[in-house]
Design a protein around this ligand. Structure first.
Ligand SMILES: *Cc1c(COP(=O)(O)O)cnc(C)c1O
Length: 395
Protein backbone atom coordinates (compact mmCIF):
# COMPACT_ATOMS: atom_id res chain seq x y z
CA UNK A 1 0.00 0.00 0.00
CA UNK A 2 1.23 3.44 -0.82
CA UNK A 3 2.07 5.53 2.21
CA UNK A 4 -0.44 8.29 2.88
CA UNK A 5 1.11 11.67 2.36
CA UNK A 6 -0.03 14.71 4.28
CA UNK A 7 1.08 17.57 2.13
CA UNK A 8 1.51 20.75 4.16
CA UNK A 9 3.95 22.56 1.89
CA UNK A 10 1.59 24.46 -0.37
CA UNK A 11 3.74 27.59 -0.23
CA UNK A 12 6.47 25.63 -2.04
CA UNK A 13 4.16 24.34 -4.71
CA UNK A 14 0.65 22.98 -5.07
CA UNK A 15 -1.05 20.04 -6.69
CA UNK A 16 -2.27 20.83 -10.18
CA UNK A 17 -6.04 20.43 -9.94
CA UNK A 18 -7.50 17.64 -12.11
CA UNK A 19 -9.82 20.20 -13.79
CA UNK A 20 -6.74 22.21 -14.71
CA UNK A 21 -4.97 19.22 -16.23
CA UNK A 22 -8.14 18.35 -18.11
CA UNK A 23 -8.34 21.84 -19.56
CA UNK A 24 -4.70 21.66 -20.64
CA UNK A 25 -4.65 18.23 -22.25
CA UNK A 26 -6.20 19.04 -25.64
CA UNK A 27 -3.57 21.71 -26.17
CA UNK A 28 -0.85 19.07 -26.28
CA UNK A 29 -2.60 16.75 -28.69
CA UNK A 30 -5.53 17.85 -30.87
CA UNK A 31 -5.08 21.61 -30.53
CA UNK A 32 -1.34 21.85 -30.98
CA UNK A 33 -1.25 24.77 -33.41
CA UNK A 34 0.94 27.81 -33.02
CA UNK A 35 -1.18 30.81 -31.96
CA UNK A 36 0.73 33.01 -34.42
CA UNK A 37 -0.31 30.95 -37.46
CA UNK A 38 -3.01 32.39 -39.71
CA UNK A 39 -5.12 29.30 -40.50
CA UNK A 40 -8.27 28.58 -38.61
CA UNK A 41 -6.84 25.47 -36.94
CA UNK A 42 -4.42 27.64 -34.94
CA UNK A 43 -7.04 30.26 -34.22
CA UNK A 44 -8.50 28.22 -31.37
CA UNK A 45 -5.12 28.32 -29.65
CA UNK A 46 -4.96 32.06 -29.97
CA UNK A 47 -8.44 32.28 -28.49
CA UNK A 48 -7.50 30.03 -25.60
CA UNK A 49 -4.57 32.28 -24.75
CA UNK A 50 -6.79 35.35 -25.02
CA UNK A 51 -9.39 33.80 -22.72
CA UNK A 52 -6.81 32.93 -20.06
CA UNK A 53 -5.41 36.44 -20.26
CA UNK A 54 -8.90 37.85 -19.75
CA UNK A 55 -9.63 35.65 -16.74
CA UNK A 56 -6.39 36.75 -15.09
CA UNK A 57 -6.90 40.42 -15.96
CA UNK A 58 -10.37 40.31 -14.48
CA UNK A 59 -9.01 38.83 -11.26
CA UNK A 60 -6.75 41.88 -10.91
CA UNK A 61 -9.38 44.40 -12.09
CA UNK A 62 -7.37 45.42 -15.10
CA UNK A 63 -7.45 44.86 -18.85
CA UNK A 64 -6.05 41.85 -20.69
CA UNK A 65 -3.58 44.06 -22.57
CA UNK A 66 -1.63 44.58 -19.32
CA UNK A 67 -0.95 40.88 -18.68
CA UNK A 68 2.31 39.40 -20.03
CA UNK A 69 2.85 35.66 -19.70
CA UNK A 70 6.27 34.52 -18.50
CA UNK A 71 7.82 31.26 -17.35
CA UNK A 72 7.04 31.87 -13.67
CA UNK A 73 7.38 34.10 -10.65
CA UNK A 74 11.17 34.34 -10.71
CA UNK A 75 11.17 35.45 -14.32
CA UNK A 76 8.49 38.07 -13.69
CA UNK A 77 10.38 39.45 -10.68
CA UNK A 78 13.64 39.65 -12.64
CA UNK A 79 11.97 41.33 -15.55
CA UNK A 80 10.13 43.93 -13.48
CA UNK A 81 13.15 45.08 -11.51
CA UNK A 82 15.82 44.99 -14.23
CA UNK A 83 13.67 46.53 -16.92
CA UNK A 84 12.25 49.28 -14.72
CA UNK A 85 15.69 50.31 -13.45
CA UNK A 86 16.97 50.38 -17.00
CA UNK A 87 14.01 52.22 -18.49
CA UNK A 88 13.99 54.98 -15.91
CA UNK A 89 17.74 55.46 -15.43
CA UNK A 90 17.37 59.10 -16.49
CA UNK A 91 15.44 59.63 -13.28
CA UNK A 92 17.88 57.77 -11.06
CA UNK A 93 19.34 54.49 -9.88
CA UNK A 94 17.64 53.95 -6.53
CA UNK A 95 15.36 51.06 -5.66
CA UNK A 96 13.60 50.32 -2.37
CA UNK A 97 12.68 46.81 -1.31
CA UNK A 98 12.32 44.90 1.96
CA UNK A 99 14.59 42.52 3.83
CA UNK A 100 12.07 39.70 3.65
CA UNK A 101 11.58 39.40 -0.11
CA UNK A 102 11.91 36.12 -1.98
CA UNK A 103 15.35 35.44 -3.43
CA UNK A 104 13.98 36.14 -6.90
CA UNK A 105 13.83 39.77 -5.75
CA UNK A 106 16.81 39.90 -3.38
CA UNK A 107 19.28 38.27 -5.76
CA UNK A 108 18.05 40.49 -8.58
CA UNK A 109 18.70 43.47 -6.30
CA UNK A 110 22.24 42.21 -5.64
CA UNK A 111 22.77 41.95 -9.39
CA UNK A 112 21.47 45.49 -9.86
CA UNK A 113 23.79 46.76 -7.12
CA UNK A 114 26.72 45.26 -9.01
CA UNK A 115 25.53 47.21 -12.04
CA UNK A 116 25.34 50.66 -10.53
CA UNK A 117 22.01 50.67 -8.70
CA UNK A 118 21.56 51.63 -5.09
CA UNK A 119 19.16 49.53 -3.06
CA UNK A 120 17.54 50.30 0.28
CA UNK A 121 16.35 47.20 2.16
CA UNK A 122 13.52 48.14 4.50
CA UNK A 123 13.33 46.58 7.94
CA UNK A 124 10.22 44.82 9.10
CA UNK A 125 8.77 44.70 12.60
CA UNK A 126 8.55 41.57 14.75
CA UNK A 127 5.49 40.48 12.76
CA UNK A 128 7.15 40.99 9.42
CA UNK A 129 5.35 44.20 8.43
CA UNK A 130 7.26 47.01 6.68
CA UNK A 131 7.32 50.40 8.35
CA UNK A 132 5.57 53.00 6.19
CA UNK A 133 7.43 55.91 7.82
CA UNK A 134 10.75 54.27 7.07
CA UNK A 135 9.56 53.75 3.51
CA UNK A 136 8.67 57.44 3.10
CA UNK A 137 11.99 58.51 4.57
CA UNK A 138 13.86 56.20 2.21
CA UNK A 139 12.44 57.83 -0.92
CA UNK A 140 14.94 60.08 -2.72
CA UNK A 141 14.62 62.20 -5.85
CA UNK A 142 16.49 59.37 -7.63
CA UNK A 143 14.14 56.60 -6.45
CA UNK A 144 12.72 54.78 -9.46
CA UNK A 145 10.99 51.83 -7.91
CA UNK A 146 9.56 50.35 -4.73
CA UNK A 147 9.24 46.55 -4.73
CA UNK A 148 7.51 45.04 -1.71
CA UNK A 149 5.96 41.59 -1.74
CA UNK A 150 2.21 41.24 -1.27
CA UNK A 151 2.47 38.35 1.18
CA UNK A 152 5.51 36.56 2.51
CA UNK A 153 6.18 32.97 1.47
CA UNK A 154 7.71 31.92 4.79
CA UNK A 155 5.77 33.62 7.57
CA UNK A 156 2.63 34.50 5.61
CA UNK A 157 2.53 38.17 6.64
CA UNK A 158 0.46 40.35 4.31
CA UNK A 159 1.86 43.84 3.72
CA UNK A 160 -0.13 47.11 3.74
CA UNK A 161 -0.08 47.14 -0.06
CA UNK A 162 -2.69 49.84 -0.55
CA UNK A 163 -0.81 52.23 1.73
CA UNK A 164 2.47 51.48 -0.04
CA UNK A 165 0.77 52.09 -3.37
CA UNK A 166 -0.57 55.41 -2.11
CA UNK A 167 2.90 56.50 -0.97
CA UNK A 168 4.46 55.43 -4.28
CA UNK A 169 1.89 57.44 -6.18
CA UNK A 170 2.24 60.46 -3.94
CA UNK A 171 6.01 60.55 -4.50
CA UNK A 172 5.86 59.62 -8.19
CA UNK A 173 7.71 56.32 -7.73
CA UNK A 174 6.84 53.06 -9.49
CA UNK A 175 5.47 50.24 -7.36
CA UNK A 176 6.05 46.55 -8.08
CA UNK A 177 4.73 43.75 -5.89
CA UNK A 178 5.69 40.08 -5.87
CA UNK A 179 2.21 38.62 -5.44
CA UNK A 180 3.21 35.02 -6.10
CA UNK A 181 1.80 33.93 -2.72
CA UNK A 182 -1.17 36.26 -2.78
CA UNK A 183 -2.61 35.88 -6.27
CA UNK A 184 -5.60 33.54 -6.04
CA UNK A 185 -5.54 33.63 -2.24
CA UNK A 186 -6.34 37.28 -1.54
CA UNK A 187 -8.49 39.77 -3.45
CA UNK A 188 -6.26 42.13 -5.46
CA UNK A 189 -7.22 45.30 -7.30
CA UNK A 190 -4.25 46.85 -9.10
CA UNK A 191 -6.12 50.11 -9.82
CA UNK A 192 -7.31 50.68 -6.30
CA UNK A 193 -3.99 49.61 -4.78
CA UNK A 194 -1.90 51.72 -7.19
CA UNK A 195 0.19 48.76 -8.31
CA UNK A 196 2.26 49.41 -11.45
CA UNK A 197 3.70 45.91 -11.81
CA UNK A 198 2.74 42.59 -10.24
CA UNK A 199 4.28 39.12 -10.47
CA UNK A 200 2.42 35.83 -10.10
CA UNK A 201 3.04 32.15 -10.80
CA UNK A 202 0.77 29.27 -11.81
CA UNK A 203 2.11 26.52 -9.61
CA UNK A 204 1.35 28.35 -6.36
CA UNK A 205 -2.40 28.29 -7.03
CA UNK A 206 -2.99 24.73 -8.23
CA UNK A 207 -1.87 25.51 -11.75
CA UNK A 208 1.06 24.06 -13.68
CA UNK A 209 4.72 24.84 -13.06
CA UNK A 210 6.75 27.01 -15.40
CA UNK A 211 4.08 29.56 -16.20
CA UNK A 212 3.60 32.99 -14.67
CA UNK A 213 2.78 36.53 -15.63
CA UNK A 214 3.86 40.07 -15.07
CA UNK A 215 1.17 42.72 -14.96
CA UNK A 216 2.56 45.93 -16.42
CA UNK A 217 0.43 49.01 -16.12
CA UNK A 218 -0.39 50.69 -19.39
CA UNK A 219 2.11 53.38 -20.30
CA UNK A 220 5.17 51.96 -18.53
CA UNK A 221 8.18 51.96 -20.80
CA UNK A 222 9.64 48.57 -19.89
CA UNK A 223 12.04 47.02 -22.37
CA UNK A 224 11.31 43.59 -23.82
CA UNK A 225 12.39 40.65 -21.71
CA UNK A 226 13.12 38.43 -24.70
CA UNK A 227 13.71 39.74 -28.20
CA UNK A 228 12.37 37.77 -31.12
CA UNK A 229 8.86 37.32 -32.43
CA UNK A 230 5.93 39.57 -31.71
CA UNK A 231 4.38 37.44 -28.93
CA UNK A 232 3.17 39.16 -25.76
CA UNK A 233 2.93 42.47 -27.61
CA UNK A 234 6.62 42.22 -28.56
CA UNK A 235 7.71 42.26 -24.94
CA UNK A 236 8.41 38.58 -24.42
CA UNK A 237 9.17 36.71 -27.59
CA UNK A 238 8.81 32.95 -28.00
CA UNK A 239 5.95 30.69 -28.98
CA UNK A 240 3.41 30.78 -26.19
CA UNK A 241 3.28 27.95 -23.66
CA UNK A 242 -0.34 27.34 -24.66
CA UNK A 243 -1.10 24.39 -22.35
CA UNK A 244 0.56 26.23 -19.46
CA UNK A 245 -1.34 29.43 -20.14
CA UNK A 246 -4.65 27.55 -20.44
CA UNK A 247 -3.90 25.73 -17.18
CA UNK A 248 -2.97 28.96 -15.43
CA UNK A 249 -6.18 30.57 -16.65
CA UNK A 250 -8.25 27.64 -15.40
CA UNK A 251 -6.44 27.62 -12.05
CA UNK A 252 -6.99 31.37 -11.67
CA UNK A 253 -10.67 31.00 -12.50
CA UNK A 254 -11.11 28.23 -9.90
CA UNK A 255 -9.05 30.09 -7.29
CA UNK A 256 -10.98 33.33 -7.71
CA UNK A 257 -14.43 31.75 -7.70
CA UNK A 258 -13.66 29.71 -4.56
CA UNK A 259 -11.52 32.34 -2.83
CA UNK A 260 -13.89 33.40 -0.09
CA UNK A 261 -15.01 29.94 0.92
CA UNK A 262 -11.48 28.56 0.74
CA UNK A 263 -10.04 31.40 2.81
CA UNK A 264 -12.66 30.82 5.46
CA UNK A 265 -12.08 27.08 5.58
CA UNK A 266 -8.29 27.35 5.61
CA UNK A 267 -8.24 30.16 8.15
CA UNK A 268 -10.37 28.13 10.54
CA UNK A 269 -8.16 25.08 10.24
CA UNK A 270 -4.99 27.17 10.44
CA UNK A 271 -6.20 28.91 13.60
CA UNK A 272 -7.20 25.60 15.13
CA UNK A 273 -3.69 24.31 14.48
CA UNK A 274 -1.99 27.46 15.76
CA UNK A 275 -4.14 27.41 18.89
CA UNK A 276 -3.37 23.80 19.67
CA UNK A 277 0.36 23.99 18.96
CA UNK A 278 0.80 27.11 21.11
CA UNK A 279 -1.25 25.55 23.92
CA UNK A 280 0.13 22.02 23.81
CA UNK A 281 3.82 22.44 23.00
CA UNK A 282 5.99 24.34 25.48
CA UNK A 283 8.61 26.89 24.32
CA UNK A 284 7.16 27.57 20.92
CA UNK A 285 6.30 30.81 19.15
CA UNK A 286 4.25 31.70 16.11
CA UNK A 287 6.13 33.65 13.46
CA UNK A 288 4.36 36.24 11.33
CA UNK A 289 1.40 38.46 12.03
CA UNK A 290 -1.39 36.85 14.05
CA UNK A 291 -4.19 38.01 11.74
CA UNK A 292 -2.66 39.81 8.74
CA UNK A 293 -1.41 36.56 7.29
CA UNK A 294 -2.17 34.23 4.41
CA UNK A 295 -5.17 32.00 5.22
CA UNK A 296 -3.12 28.84 4.78
CA UNK A 297 0.15 29.71 6.51
CA UNK A 298 1.47 28.77 9.95
CA UNK A 299 5.11 29.16 10.92
CA UNK A 300 6.44 28.12 14.31
CA UNK A 301 9.79 28.25 16.07
CA UNK A 302 10.41 25.47 18.55
CA UNK A 303 13.20 26.30 20.97
CA UNK A 304 16.06 23.85 21.58
CA UNK A 305 15.62 21.85 18.39
CA UNK A 306 16.77 21.91 14.78
CA UNK A 307 14.03 22.50 12.23
CA UNK A 308 15.83 20.19 9.80
CA UNK A 309 15.66 17.25 12.24
CA UNK A 310 12.00 17.95 12.84
CA UNK A 311 11.39 17.97 9.08
CA UNK A 312 13.13 14.65 8.54
CA UNK A 313 11.19 13.01 11.34
CA UNK A 314 7.90 14.42 10.09
CA UNK A 315 8.80 13.09 6.65
CA UNK A 316 9.14 9.60 8.16
CA UNK A 317 5.54 10.00 9.30
CA UNK A 318 4.42 11.01 5.82
CA UNK A 319 4.15 14.72 6.55
CA UNK A 320 5.61 17.17 4.03
CA UNK A 321 6.52 20.55 5.50
CA UNK A 322 9.30 23.08 5.26
CA UNK A 323 11.75 24.59 7.68
CA UNK A 324 11.69 27.96 6.00
CA UNK A 325 11.78 28.65 2.32
CA UNK A 326 12.49 25.65 0.13
CA UNK A 327 15.45 27.48 -1.35
CA UNK A 328 17.20 27.69 1.99
CA UNK A 329 16.53 24.16 3.21
CA UNK A 330 19.65 22.13 2.83
CA UNK A 331 21.85 25.08 3.67
CA UNK A 332 22.76 25.91 7.23
CA UNK A 333 22.06 29.63 7.05
CA UNK A 334 18.93 30.47 8.97
CA UNK A 335 16.23 32.08 6.87
CA UNK A 336 16.77 35.78 6.16
CA UNK A 337 13.08 36.34 6.87
CA UNK A 338 13.24 34.89 10.38
CA UNK A 339 16.38 36.90 11.15
CA UNK A 340 14.69 40.06 9.82
CA UNK A 341 11.80 39.67 12.28
CA UNK A 342 14.40 39.58 15.04
CA UNK A 343 14.70 35.90 15.90
CA UNK A 344 18.05 34.83 17.36
CA UNK A 345 19.88 32.32 15.13
CA UNK A 346 19.19 29.37 17.41
CA UNK A 347 15.45 30.09 17.50
CA UNK A 348 15.31 30.65 13.73
CA UNK A 349 16.95 27.25 13.29
CA UNK A 350 14.06 25.54 15.07
CA UNK A 351 11.42 26.74 12.65
CA UNK A 352 8.73 24.86 10.83
CA UNK A 353 6.40 26.13 8.09
CA UNK A 354 3.10 24.37 7.50
CA UNK A 355 0.99 25.59 4.59
CA UNK A 356 -2.46 24.12 4.03
CA UNK A 357 -4.63 23.65 0.98
CA UNK A 358 -8.36 23.27 0.47
CA UNK A 359 -7.76 19.52 0.56
CA UNK A 360 -6.28 19.57 4.08
CA UNK A 361 -8.60 17.98 6.62
CA UNK A 362 -8.96 18.34 10.36
CA UNK A 363 -7.79 14.72 10.67
CA UNK A 364 -4.60 15.64 8.80
CA UNK A 365 -4.01 18.49 11.21
CA UNK A 366 -4.78 16.44 14.32
CA UNK A 367 -2.37 13.74 13.18
CA UNK A 368 0.28 16.34 12.38
CA UNK A 369 -0.05 18.01 15.77
CA UNK A 370 0.31 14.67 17.56
CA UNK A 371 3.44 13.90 15.54
CA UNK A 372 4.91 17.35 16.20
CA UNK A 373 4.33 16.97 19.94
CA UNK A 374 6.02 13.58 20.03
CA UNK A 375 8.94 14.53 17.80
CA UNK A 376 9.63 17.83 19.53
CA UNK A 377 9.67 16.09 22.92
CA UNK A 378 11.98 13.39 21.58
CA UNK A 379 14.40 15.87 19.98
CA UNK A 380 14.47 17.94 23.14
CA UNK A 381 15.20 14.89 25.25
CA UNK A 382 18.37 14.50 23.18
CA UNK A 383 19.29 18.17 23.26
CA UNK A 384 22.08 19.32 25.61
CA UNK A 385 20.75 22.87 25.28
CA UNK A 386 17.38 21.79 26.55
CA UNK A 387 18.91 19.77 29.38
CA UNK A 388 20.92 22.82 30.43
CA UNK A 389 17.87 25.00 30.26
CA UNK A 390 15.79 22.62 32.37
CA UNK A 391 18.53 22.37 35.01
CA UNK A 392 18.77 26.13 35.21
CA UNK A 393 15.02 26.40 35.30
CA UNK A 394 14.72 24.00 38.21
CA UNK A 395 17.41 25.67 40.32
C1 LIG B 1 7.51 30.68 -5.35
C2 LIG B 1 7.79 32.14 -5.27
C3 LIG B 1 8.50 32.81 -6.27
C4 LIG B 1 9.08 32.08 -7.46
O1 LIG B 1 8.11 31.65 -8.34
P1 LIG B 1 8.49 30.52 -9.43
O2 LIG B 1 7.30 30.44 -10.29
O3 LIG B 1 8.76 29.27 -8.67
O4 LIG B 1 9.69 31.03 -10.17
C5 LIG B 1 8.68 34.16 -6.14
N1 LIG B 1 8.19 34.83 -5.09
C6 LIG B 1 7.50 34.25 -4.11
C7 LIG B 1 6.96 35.05 -2.99
C8 LIG B 1 7.28 32.87 -4.16
O5 LIG B 1 6.61 32.28 -3.17
Amino acid sequence: MEKKIIYLDNAATTRTKPEVVEAMLPYFTEKFGNPSSVYEFAGQNKNAVTEAREVIAKALHTSAADIYFTAGGSESDNWALKAAMEAYQEKGNHLITSKIEHHAILHTCEYLEQHGCEVTYLDVDENGVVDLEQLKNAIRPTTVLISVMYANNEIGTVQPIKEIGRIAKEYGVLFHTDAVQAFGQLPIDVEEENIDMLSASGHKLNGPKGIGFLYIKKGLKLRSLIHGGAQERKRRAGTENVPGIVGFGKAAELAVSSMEARAKQETELRDYMIGRVLAEVPYVRLNGHRTKRLPNNANFSFQFIEGESLLIMLDMKGICASSGSACTSGSLDPSHVLLAIGLPHEVAHGSLRLTLSDETTKEDIDYTIEQIKEIVAKLRSMSPLYEDFMKRGIK
